[in-house]
Write a new protein. Structure first.
Length: 577
């Protein structure tokens, strides 16, 4: 996100955010995750949310369960973690003088604001993919009320807590929240619609205004594009054409309303329309991913051995270009001219696009995917929304109460102090705030679906005894049902009661290039150890060699080995950070 600055102590400037920068997941990140989720906001994308521990059973309605198997993207947690760290680093660097001093590295560190654009792209991908998959397959789209319930419970509780803490520990003149009206505006993500209040409260939370507006608009946008007697290929063309129109309109609006020699808070900077192009880039990846998954194949260009490395090099090139060729000031307190702002917006978006590309497509065992899905990156992604929301308050506390006399602080000691405190607070609030409300959101969604009628009632796998758990072998990654229900990337997924003929394959990766096998959803009696009698029965009469041969023929699934070592995972619908 590049979130925003309250300014250094003693600097007589109004608190500002990076000019023209976008925000993260849900707040992230649905995003932040976010927030997605992540999640997921940009902070808040989506911008994706991290789910509970492995092994939790999901509740899905029959119509949703028929809509498609979960598709796992193990690298998105890592991407959210990277985006959140970039935002933290650039804020710490400003206070330490690294980005304002005469040093070469400051040129590149100052562009850490690109984390905001990454969050927006993540939210666009994670939140739209279930809708795109439903459109292309002709299945029922995700339920809008359930979508809103999960998003609100994903981003609001921690945001309100972080806001309340900041209001009590950060000086009032730096928070800028005045009176009851200002508090209500800030709490309801409405502060960004007036120039005078655009960055009050948690300054980085202006990105949540954009994320929140995106959450509200995405079901409506999806409804407008719902398939009406169109072939899948015709629907694909409609999806791509609509995204192209959105991209162009958003770029024009950005040029007209922000890309000019005026102060950044012109009343339009934090409005969704001028950032739709970044969300559209993530949505483009969502449409392509859903299309290739539905057709059971991977794009040829993504099968190249060095595909992931090429994408990273492309992202590095655009990052270098943004840092050295656009003439952008290194301080966040600046007024961009038209060419600087438009160039930054474009090249930041391209950097984020090429970072997401190998996480969506490419070899499932590629180096890039393995790095993004490794345990430390997955952990950072899990707490990325907290990192995004807490880090500015931590900076304020450190600056005001630990080292108030220092105008410029050594970067590394300051960075490590802020990082350690922020991660500690984020981990605690994830366990005590985020995860319980994520679980509450799923429970409420399950209740909503159960009330929709007999077709929507499903029993959970754990301890119910009426459904057979389907072992996936995965315990981490971003997962989404192609039809919009929550997929499981843990130990088991539910078989739908009363629909025994249906199979529930697990597809891995952006194009579904690997499957763990199709298992019939069968009714079984309750057992003490789920699945043990079934496994013994399945192996009875089969030689050990035959079993080993069958196991060796199972396709490789990207991220599976890492998944067995941990339990960090997110659900695609819940992105953003």
């Amino acid at each position: 996100m590049t979130a925003g600055f309250r300014g250094k102590p003693g600097v007589a400037t109004k608190s500002v955010a990076f000019a023209g920068a976008g925000a993260g997941a849900g707040a992230v990140t649905d995003g932040a995750g976010p927030a997605v989720e992540s999640r997921r906001g940009p902070a808040g994308a989506e911008p994706t949310e991290t789910s509970e521990s492995s092994g939790s059973a999901e509740v899905t309605g029959r119509s949703e369960a028929r809509s498609g198997p979960p598709v796992v993207f193990p690298g998105f947690d890592g991407l959210r973690g990277i985006a959140a760290l970039l935002v933290l680093v650039v804020h710490v660097a400003f206070y330490s003088g690294l980005t304002t001093g005469d040093n070469a590295i400051g040129t590149y560190v100052a562009r850490g604001e690109i984390g905001v654009e990454i969050f927006f792209l993540i939210s666009g991908f994670l939140l739209y993919r279930p809708f795109a998959a439903a459109h292309l397959s002709g299945r029922r789209a995700p339920d809008a009320p359930a979508f809103y319930v999960r998003r609100l419970l994903r981003i609001i509780p921690l945001y309100w807590l972080a806001l309340a803490v900041a209001l009590n520990v950060v000086p009032d003149e730096r928070m800028g929240v005045h009176g009851f009206k200002g508090l209500v505006q800030t709490a309801l993500f409405a502060q960004g619609y007036r120039k005078e209040t655009a960055i009050q409260g948690l300054t980085q939370a202006w990105t949540l205004n954009i994320e929140f507006a995106f959450y509200l608009s995405i079901p409506l946008y999806a409804w407008l594009l719902v398939r009406r007697r169109r072939s899948p290929r015709a629907q694909l063309k409609v999806e791509l054409a609509a995204l192209a129109v959105i991209f162009v309109i958003s770029r024009v609006l950005h040029y007209k309303l922000i890309g000019s020699d005026i102060w950044w808070a012109d009343g339009w900077t934090v409005w969704l329309p001028v950032w739709w192009d970044l969300f559209a880039m993530g949505m483009l990846l969502a449409v392509l991913s859903a299309w290739y998954t539905q057709n059971g194949r991977s794009p040829r260009w993504a099968q190249w051995r060095w595909f992931g490395a090429a994408c990273v090099l492309a992202a590095a090139f655009f990052y270098w270009f943004s840092s050295t060729q656009l003439g952008l000031p290194r301080s966040p307190l600046f007024v961009p001219n038209r060419s600087q702002d438009m160039g930054r917006h474009l090249f930041y978006g391209l950097t984020g696009f090429f970072l997401l590309l190998p996480a969506v497509f490419g070899p499932s065992r590629g180096l890039v995917r393995r790095f993004l899905a490794c345990r430390p990156m997955a952990w950072l992604g899990m707490i990325s929304y907290g990192i995004y929301l807490w880090h500015t308050t931590v900076i304020d506390v450190v600056v005001e109460r630990i080292s108030p006399a220092d105008d410029v602080r050594p970067f590394w000691p300051f960075f490590l102090t802020v990082l350690g405190l922020t991660c500690a607070v984020s981990a605690v609030t994830y366990l005590l705030v985020e995860r319980p409300f994520i679980a509450l959101g799923r429970w409420l969604v399950g209740r909503l679906r159960a009330r929709s009628g007999p077709a929507g009632r499903v029993r959970q796998a754990a301890g119910r005894g009426t459904t057979a758990p389907l072992a996936t072998g995965l315990t981490r990654g971003v997962a989404v049902s192609d039809g919009g229900h929550l997929g499981v990337s843990g130990v088991a997924a539910d078989a739908v009661d009363g629909d025994p003929a249906r199979t529930m394959p697990l597809r891995i990766g952006g194009a579904g290039q690997a499957r763990s096998g199709d298992v019939p959803a069968t009714r079984v009696p309750p057992v003490d150890t789920p699945g043990a009698p079934a496994r013994r029965a399945a192996h009875r009469g089969v030689s050990r060699r035959d079993r080993l041969d069958a196991r060796s023929r199972q396709p490789s699934s990207g991220g599976t080995p890492e998944g067995r070592r941990g339990h960090f995972h997110s659900h695609l619908e819940d992105e953003t950070r």
